[in-house]
Design a protein around this ligand. Structure first.
Ligand code: 5GP
Ligand code: MN
Length: 423
């Protein structure tokens, strides 16, 4: 299938869809899917702007709100991860994942989905070791510190990703905003330094990019990895050694029927390398968009769009008790404890949800905050109210887990009604 991959978006959806359209006309092709690597800027209104960490001169509404309001509709199914310039209040509303606008799906802080057999994984945010081990404590109104820490990747979410099994169903695509640390060693580093000489200091110290992401790259061995953030196009190839013990510790909890897969499991040896591609940000003369032919490693009999990944649902249930909302370090279970938990949760998911659940059967886009041009009573320093998002409720209800993210504060409250947090 034809997959368009975009680096940072910075609110320029119109330009991206326009670029794809002209490419489609020129090449007489149809793009099936668009992947966007963060700094997406899902700004619904002026209040959301106050929740985005960016110097005042860059505080622009952008084009997203027209898609949110329904004035425009995304012409291609678009899958999005978060970066470090986001309407962080809206991304938190959909921490578990959800439709930001019709046909625009956010993978959440971390997540895995299937699209017509393609297994797509995403990790939002950027790495900062000061906040890596703490919980998701940031709440509206954000201060100067929490407006930044909110987009720092957490060990909790990385642990969930590390538990994805790849032995019988490989990962076709991994998306991250930040680059995996030391990825530059696997590509043309001299060329990179010619384009970005000021990277040398960080590279020499081994401090460019995210160390946990490189660990994931080495353990999950996805076929392709797409990143953004550094504002430069860069390719690399990571060759993996074949180790038959890879992924063994958690493998046992997986059922044989891998969610509608129609062919035999593919041998690990066929996935000996990860092709890494970083793209530039959106803008004239920038190498920000690439259109690729990508087929799933294992063909699927399901061609009905986006569906949940069974593994991910089991992992989400198993680790939900450890989802912390505190600013202290999070205690995470050991692999031994997780192994038996995951086995149990996989059984629960297969029995209660099944191995192929369409996302649109559970989560449908709905507006919570008003769009631009409609006002709400701004709280505190111009930051918005917070909302119980029905998509988060629906996801939690499917998994029979508590909505810790934005639970309705009172029994009488109506879903989607603006609610000021009780403090
Ligand atoms: P953003 O658009 O997210 O504000 O910032 C991206 C800019 O910061 C790009 O120009 C990118 O090259 C630079 N950048 C991002 N991460 C690093 C890093 O770890 N070290 C250096 N030297 N520059 C970085
Ligand atoms: Mn960025």
């Amino acid at each position: 299938m034809k997959v368009a991959v975009q680096g940072c978006c910075h609110g320029k959806l119109d330009e991206i869809y326009e670029q794809i359209k002209s490419f489609e006309e020129k090449k007489d092709i149809k793009v099936d899917l668009l992947l966007i690597g963060g700094d997406f800027q899902a700004i619904r209104n002026q209040h959301d702007l106050q929740c985005m960490a960016v110097p005042d001169k860059y505080k622009a509404l952008g084009g997203f709100h027209r898609y949110y309001e329904g004035e425009k509709v995304a012409p291609i199914l678009t899958i999005v991860i978060g970066g470090n310039h986001e309407a962080s209040n809206y991304m938190w509303e959909l921490y578990h994942r959800g439709w930001l606008a019709p046909n625009i799906y956010y993978l959440g802080a971390a997540g895995c989905v299937r699209f017509n057999g393609l297994r797509i994984v995403g990790s939002s945010g950027i790495y900062n070791k000061a906040h890596y081990h703490i919980g998701h404590f940031e709440r509206i109104p954000y201060d100067r510190s929490s407006i930044r820490s909110i987009y720092h990747t957490r060990a909790y979410d990385i642990l969930k990703l590390s538990l994805l099994s790849t032995s019988s169903l490989p990962i076709d695509v991994f998306m991250s905003h930040d680059w995996p640390n030391t990825i530059e060693q696997h590509g043309d580093i001299e060329r990179l330094l010619k384009q970005k000489p000021w990277f040398r200091k960080d590279l020499d110290k081994g401090e460019l990019g995210s160390p946990p992401l490189m660990k994931l790259l080495m353990s999950l061995k996805p076929k392709r990895w797409f990143s953004a953030h550094m504002h430069v196009k860069f390719r690399a190839v990571v060759r993996h050694e074949h180790d038959s013990t890879d992924n063994k510790q958690l493998e046992e909890y997986h059922t044989q029927q891998k969610n509608g897969s129609s062919s035999e499991p593919t041998k690990e040896s066929e996935f000996s390398e990860t092709q890494f591609l970083a793209l530039d940000k959106c803008g004239e003369y920038r190498l920000s968009l690439e259109i690729l032919d990508i087929e799933p490693a294992i063909a699927s009999s399901h061609h009905d769009g986006l569906s949940y990944d069974t593994d991910w649902l089991a992992i989400s249930r198993a680790l939900h008790p450890n989802l912390s909302l505190l600013s202290t370090a999070t205690r995470l279970p050991t692999p031994a404890v997780l192994s038996s938990k995951l086995k149990k949760e996989m059984k629960w998911v297969v029995e209660n949800i099944g191995t192929h659940k369409r996302i649109s059967d559970v989560q449908q886009f709905c507006r919570t905050a008003p769009g631009e041009g409609r006002s709400e009573n701004a709280a505190w320093n111009g930051q918005p109210l917070w909302y119980t998002n029905p998509q988060t409720e629906a996801f939690c209800e499917m998994l029979k887990i508590e909505n810790k993210v934005n639970p309705p504060p009172t029994e009488e409250s109506v879903l989607g009604t603006p609610l000021r947090k009780q403090i």
